[in-house]
Design a protein around this ligand. Structure first.
Ligand code: FES
Ligand SMILES: [Fe+2]
Length: 423
């Protein structure tokens, strides 16, 4: 549980807020690279941390991420012409390059030209892992590039999608790092069901309720859900949480080979989140077209409108909840694992009131994530570098296994790293 004041601090992300300052110290996914694939192609609107921006790729292939509103009389640059190395406002023809400099003023005679006095806000970007990332913080604290392991494999071995969730970013993140719900909400009731979810025979479902172990590290934490299985075994699933909003979890391709997957919960504003879903092959095998559809997850083109990135199952249609399916085939009756998550996390309201919760030991990872985020806020306020900025997360992985009850899961399943403390 958090007090109302604490809840405000961790959930509000706009300019001038404490969490807003903190999040502006990290690279933040702004859009999928293919949304602005072509030089001089159409610009795209981007909403990040309560700011309205416009992204474009100029004639030379450089990426611009500008304040959406023209500094002349504030019309939207979304309608602009992307031409000859700049984005030109179509109202009076002022033109801006990717650095935000004004390079032309069509409505002013040359002798009155004051373009050197005008700039539009422009943010630095980088293109890594099929995403365009932005940095909205102070220049002097530009972080190392976000080279997560999944960003470093060829595009054939990686898939990234995105979908808007109509809730605050933190309740989406908390849902993602909450392992105890996964084999409950996402379980199938029938072994023969072809829907997404965990089958009754899976050790994740057969295991008893989990004990959580959380190892605090320099980037966030690694943690394991440990589920007793039968007489002498245990089912272990390890996860990574990297501040402020990244998760890595173990997964499997549609063809059975191991993958890592994860989410990035990017606040668009206080009440809307762009969730990036990524998966990559940890083997030589590339991902298949089936993997890219993410049918079982409910994130791909079958479930999400690829122009608006809005979920087809949504609040207005009760997420297409099917009571007959809920009785016989899946625990939730909603199609698609992450569509189930969206339904429940949106049902909490735009910003959940954490002063009314009743948390238990199964919520340990969530409690620790909140602690670390509040610590990051204090670190930034004191002029320091928050956790998750230093590149100690580059090689992190996640894993899943059934081990003898006596095994040491850290030794068997994780790469060696500095653990600050275990909770
Ligand atoms: S409003 Fe953009 S040029 Fe006038
Ligand atoms: Fe879930």
């Amino acid at each position: 549980m958090l007090s109302r004041e604490e809840n405000e601090i961790v959930t509000r992300v706009g300019p001038g807020t404490q969490m807003g300052h903190t999040l502006r110290r990290y690279w933040i996914p702004a859009l999928l690279a293919h949304e602005i694939a072509e030089p001089d192609g159409p610009p795209v609107r981007v909403r990040l941390l309560g700011e309205d921006l416009v992204a474009f790729r100029d004639s030379a292939g450089h990426i611009g991420l500008l304040d959406e509103f023209c500094p002349h009389r504030r019309v939207s640059l979304y309608f602009g012409r992307n031409e000859a190395c700049g984005l030109r406002c179509i109202y009076h023809g002022w033109k801006f390059d990717v650095t935000g400099a004004c390079t032309e003023m069509m409505n002013e005679p040359e002798e009155n030209d004051f373009r050197h006095k005008v700039r539009v806000a422009a943010y630095p970007t980088c293109e890594i892992g099929g995403l365009i990332w932005a940095y909205l913080g102070p220049h002097e604290t530009l972080p190392p590039l976000p080279k997560f392991a999944w960003t470093q494999v060829p595009p054939t071995h990686r898939s990234v999608t995105k979908v808007i969730q109509e809730s605050n970013w933190l309740q989406a993140l908390e849902g993602g790092i909450d392992t105890s719900h996964a084999p409950i909400l996402h379980r199938l009731l029938s072994e023969t069901s072809t829907r997404g979810g965990f089958k009754p025979s899976s050790p994740f479902v057969r295991g008893k309720a989990p004990k959580l172990e959380v190892d605090i590290t320099g980037y966030g934490f690694q943690y394991a859900g440990i589920r007793p299985l039968g007489e002498s075994e245990m089912h272990i699933r390890t996860y990574q949480y990297i501040l402020p909003f990244h998760q890595i979890r173990p997964s499997k391709s549609e063809h059975g080979f191991p993958t890592d997957a994860g989410h990035i919960w990017v606040p668009m504003d206080d009440e809307n989140t762009m969730i990036y879903n990524w998966v990559y092959s940890k083997t030589q095998a590339p991902l298949s077209e089936e993997d890219r559809l993410e049918a079982g997850l409910g994130n791909g083109p079958l479930h999400v409108d690829q122009k608006t990135f809005r979920s087809k199952a949504n609040r207005t249609n009760n997420y297409n909840l099917d009571r007959a399916v809920q009785r016989t085939e899946s625990f939730s009756g909603i199609d698609g694992i992450n569509a189930q998550d969206r339904a429940l996390q949106e049902s909490m309201g735009p910003i959940v009131d954490r002063s009314k919760e009743h948390l238990g030991p199964a919520d340990k990872a969530i409690i620790q994530a909140r602690r670390l985020l509040r610590e990051a806020v204090r670190t930034v306020a004191a002029g320091g570098v928050p956790a998750g900025v230093a590149p100690s997360y580059y090689t992190l992985r996640a894993d899943e296994a059934v081990l003898p009850r006596t095994a040491d899961w850290r030794r068997e399943m994780t790469t060696e790293q500095e653990i600050l403390r275990t909770v």
